[in-house]
Design a protein around this ligand. Structure first.
Ligand SMILES: Cc1cc2nc3c(=O)[nH]c(=O)nc-3n(C[C@H](O)[C@H](O)[C@H](O)COP(=O)(O)OP(=O)(O)OC[C@H]3O[C@@H](n4cnc5c(N)ncnc54)[C@H](O)[C@@H]3O)c2cc1C
Ligand code: SF4
Length: 479
């Protein structure tokens, strides 16, 4: 069912609503062709009550149903809503596992019980063993190590060329017209005449094959790179197909492993890719279910600044943020380092309120569903949960951004300068962040070097950096 409840719970990117509804319509056609009886409730159906429980109640009454079964939703919001509805109905209601994940909702919490910090690495190795991924005959990790992250941190020199966009293109102008007729509010560019997302399993499998052939061999090397000429670099763009269940995570992981065994991609690239799906994706889901409800209200660092208006337009002179946000508005996608080390980094250093930031991330990305977006944004990126996921905050000054790509070339700001009109805002904000949060972060052994550097700085330099940061934080809209 297409319902306003789902189009409206947050302001979504136009492509996100278009792609989800178009994929649902395609799936309904596929099921009918396979001989199933399908009742599809379109957004403008006269009988559509625009809420899932209201529609379920009406459908159950219409068909004289005795029982209703559903697949467990991935989000707490829907799970709670369906359970509350079931409690008021005289029907036999059952929720079944969607069988889409490689762990149960509470596996991570069980596995980490008693540990102070729930690190991904502690979770990833047993996952490799449990699913027998990239193991040798003796059950040890192929290549003699579990993690090749150190090999995967190179800037992209421009060669090999980044692959052309392999995704299909769809004309969904009629569906876009329907959304507009119904008054659905969206953000970003709809690109309804050339919607570049896989909308069924067949297309998703073709995308997986294209990724394995054209990008996986270089995925590891340039996983953390930033490149203005190649926004997608060697990333898979498979998160949408995975999250809407067109692809199963294990088949994606096994396809990547098969490419390594066939000599089509190096081990470091394949391990790096496998870790994202077998590790991070499942781990984030475990974090979500262990901490919901209420995880979305954490604000451990007490950050309260509103999002600058350019989050909705990309109109900022900071070239890195301009490129990452504009790309997000145009394509509904940004790769991990753009989300974490450009947009998230700035938000954390500046002290933006994590709750509206979470809603921004939840709306803008094609793959954004709360079970994966919330722990990534609030936990990993903003440390609003007090540091349950990472041993130290994901922040950097301009030096890191300059090292990882070409974003600083042609920027109105100078990445080397720390104070003054043209100084890159990341620099003063970086030091001010650590000074402001010395009480919460100053005893963290992984930050000892940062605090040593700060304390060694002459008082006048410290004061100048803090004054610069204060001024920046007072006029974020103008940056
Ligand atoms: C602040 C922030 C918000 C994010 N929000 C989302 C979100 O709403 N939905 C989402 O799917 N991912 C999210 N991510 C994780 C990651 O950025 C995206 O999965 C990735 O950029 C999707 O593009 P891709 O398919 O090309 O990924 P690739 O780089 O090709 O990675 C392969 C796959 O690994 C998985 N993956 C990689 N990193 C993560 C991660 N940190 N958590 C979970 N899965 C991961 C994804 O399924 C992805 O498709 C977020 C990251 C950050 C820092
Ligand atoms: S100079 Fe600063 S603001 Fe400009 S692109 Fe580099 S890091 Fe971003």
């Amino acid at each position: 069912m297409e319902v306003r409840q789902e189009t409206d719970y947050v302001l979504h990117h136009a492509q996100k609503i278009l792609a989800i509804f178009a994929a649902m319509r395609d799936f309904a056609r596929h099921l009918r062709a396979a001989g199933h009886r399908v009742r599809y409730v379109a957004l403008d159906d006269a009988s559509n009550r625009q809420s899932i429980p209201d529609n379920l109640a009406a459908l159950a009454a219409h068909y004289g149903a005795q029982a209703v079964q559903w697949q467990q939703p991935d989000e707490w919001r829907l799970d709670a809503q369906l359970q509350a509805w079931a409690a008021t109905e005289a029907l036999a209601c059952t929720a079944v596992d969607s069988e889409h994940f490689l762990t149960a909702r509470d596996d991570l919490a069980t596995q980490m019980h008693g540990r102070r910090q729930w690190l991904m690495e502690h979770f990833y190795r047993p996952m490799r063993r449990r699913h027998r991924v990239l193991l040798d005959a003796a059950g040890q990790p192929e290549g003699g190590q579990w993690n090749f992250d150190h090999d995967n941190r190179k800037p992209w020199p421009g060669t090999p060329p980044a692959p052309a966009d392999w995704r299909p293109s769809h004309d969904h102008r009629a569906l876009w017209a329907l959304l507009q007729r119904c008054g659905v509010q969206t953000l970003g560019e709809p690109q309804a005449d050339a919607l570049r997302w896989p909308l069924n399993r067949c297309e998703a499998l073709a995308c997986l094959e294209a990724f394995v052939t054209h990008a996986l061999p270089h995925f590891g090397d340039y996983e953390d790179a930033l490149a203005s000429r190649a926004p997608r670099l060697f990333h898979s763009l498979l998160s949408f197909a995975l999250n809407v269940k067109m692809l199963h995570p294990l088949e994606v992981v096994q396809r990547a492993e098969a490419a390594w065994r066939a000599g089509q991609a190096p081990l470091a690239a394949v391990e790096g890719f496998v870790r994202q799906i077998l590790g991070w994706r499942e781990y984030m889901r475990g974090i979500y279910w262990a901490h919901m409800p209420g995880y979305d209200r954490h604000n451990a660092l007490g950050h309260h600044l509103p999002l600058p208006h350019w989050f909705w337009t990309g109109a900022t002179r900071m070239r890195c943020l301009h490129l990452a946000i504009r790309q997000s508005l145009d394509t509904a996608h940004a790769h991990h380092i753009q989300r974490l080390m450009v947009i998230g980094n700035f938000a954390l250093l500046a002290g933006l309120d994590p709750a509206p930031l979470h809603r921004w991330y939840l709306g803008i990305y094609i793959d954004a569903f709360e079970w994966v977006e919330l722990p990534n944004t609030l936990g990993m990126s903003q440390r609003a949960d007090g540091g349950r996921i990472a041993t130290k905050p994901y922040v950097s000054s301009a030096a890191y951004l300059q090292r990882m790509g070409d974003y600083c070339q042609g920027c109105a700001y100078d990445p080397q300068a720390k104070t003054g009109e043209r100084a890159c805002p990341f620099n003063a904000l970086y030091w001010d962040f650590f000074a402001r949060h010395a009480e919460a972060l100053g005893t963290n052994p992984r930050l000892a070097l940062v605090y040593r550097q700060w304390h060694k700085m002459p008082a006048a330099q410290q004061a100048a950096l803090r004054a610069q940061a204060l001024q920046l934080r007072q006029r974020l809209d103008a940056l």
